[in-house]
Design a protein around this ligand. Structure first.
Ligand code: LRH
Ligand code: MN
Length: 394
């Protein structure tokens, strides 16, 4: 590749990564853990406003995280428009609205799939309330995840629960306003261990097709059976225009919710490769790139900064794939040659290029170092004393 071609390619990578937006999750700033223990951390936010401030700090240092997703009621406030104004003043926006129909005692046997019509009504009303919140915050995404499922064969009718799910989704779909859409997340197991009513991309896809254009599939990278080829389903969903967005995180075993790219950076790269090939990185492609993580041991704000950088690095490597050489090798049936083209890109060190990109954006080339130099961690640990630390309240 000539120097000029290399410079042009580098500029294109920097421009594409700089334009990418990665939404952080409010709940990642709060305390989290497992059923064994939640290790509270000093400096953790006590309310949605402080979570927004932490998300704004991630954006200030990365320039890539201009919105924060909310989870209701974990982020419930009296005045959502005021919270949106506060976020704007902090330099970010409020993003996807996540209803919570998995923590109320009434939802033991499910929420929208529950055998009892009264419980289903309660759940649907909460989903509708979250669309009202979208109207107040200016959010365009209703991000739906249902813990609904069963633990033993015969516990309930798989088919009847699907009817209940379809009925609920359809009522909420009809409530969506202009510019609003619903993303339907699936999960193979947990908290149920025989059936989940939305266990896989196919079930979510089928419901989204039945609903219409405003319904798309949300791919949480931690929600698949071990060995699942996630980039394959991503490619298929893109082909059918039904890939609404991601919850990026890292996992080794189950829904570990570790930092994106920390456990399997090669998988994140392969997913990014399918996104780049489909020209789906640019904001206009309308794929919602979001993180969904829990920082049970590590400091939360720097962990989210690290995760944003990991996604940027995976995408930058994918943008470096020599597409011409790849297609030529694929057409020629040159198995090793084609694989080598991809591995060349994956093996390239994109960190200097991304550091350059940040300098070009007026940012510190090393956001993690900048965070430690900022004194922000000390500040929040000193200021945020007393009150009820945010968490999952589970
Ligand atoms: C379920 C899930 C879902 C969120 C929750 C915080 O495992 O991925 O996206 O509601 O985590
Ligand atoms: Mn998720």
């Amino acid at each position: 590749m000539t120097d000029h071609a290399a410079a042009t390619a580098a500029a294109a990578v920097k421009a594409a990564v700089a334009a990418m937006r990665i939404e952080t999750p409010s709940w990642a700033y709060g305390n989290s853990g497992t059923r064994f223990k939640v290790f509270a951390q000093t400096g953790v936010p006590r309310d949605a406003y402080e979570k927004v401030s932490d998300a704004a700090m991630v954006h200030r240092l990365t320039g890539a995280a201009p919105s924060v997703a909310l989870h209701i009621p974990w982020d419930a406030v009296d005045d959502y428009a005021d919270l949106a104004r506060f976020a704007e003043a902090e330099g970010i926006a409020l993003g996807a609205i996540n209803p919570n129909v998995f923590q109320d005692n009434d939802y033991k046997l499910g929420s929208v799939c529950h055998p009892d019509a009264g419980v289903r009504r309660k759940a649907i009303d909460h989903l509708l309330e979250c669309v009202d919140i979208m109207d107040a915050t200016g959010s365009s995404i209703l991000s739906l995840w249902f813990a609904d499922g069963t633990n033993y064969a015969g516990q309930d009718s798989i088919a009847v629960r699907q009817d209940r799910l379809a009925t609920a989704l359809s009522e909420v779909y009809d409530r969506l306003g202009d510019g609003q859409r619903m993303l339907v997340e699936y999960k193979l197991f947990e908290p149920h261990f025989y059936s989940m009513d939305l266990p896989d991309w196919g079930t979510s896809y089928a419901h989204c097709v039945a609903l219409g254009d405003k319904a798309q599939v949300l791919v949480d990278t931690g929600h698949h059976a071990p060995g699942t080829n996630i980039e394959f389903l991503v490619s298929v969903l893109l082909r059918f225009g039904k890939l609404g967005g991601f919850h990026f995180n890292g996992r080794n075993y189950a829904d570990d919710d570790l930092m994106a790219g920390a456990a399997d950076p090669f998988q994140l790269f392969r997913i990014a490769h399918e996104l780049v090939r489909a020209d789906a990185i640019r904001p206009e492609a309308n794929v919602a790139y979001m993180l969904d993580q829990c920082h049970n041991l590590e400091a939360k704000v720097p962990a989210l900064i690290r995760s944003v950088l990991n996604v940027q690095e995976a995408v930058a490597k994918a943008l470096l794939v020599d597409t011409g050489a790849l297609v030529a090798a694929q057409q020629a049936g040159d198995v090793l040659g084609a694989h080598a083209v991809l591995m060349d890109a994956f093996s390239s060190d994109v960190r200097p290029l991304l550091a350059e990109m940040r300098v070009g954006m007026g940012l510190d080339p090393d956001p993690i170092a900048a965070y430690h130099r900022s004194g922000y961690q000390k500040k929040i640990e000193t200021e945020r004393v007393g009150g009820q630390q945010a968490g999952w309240g589970a």
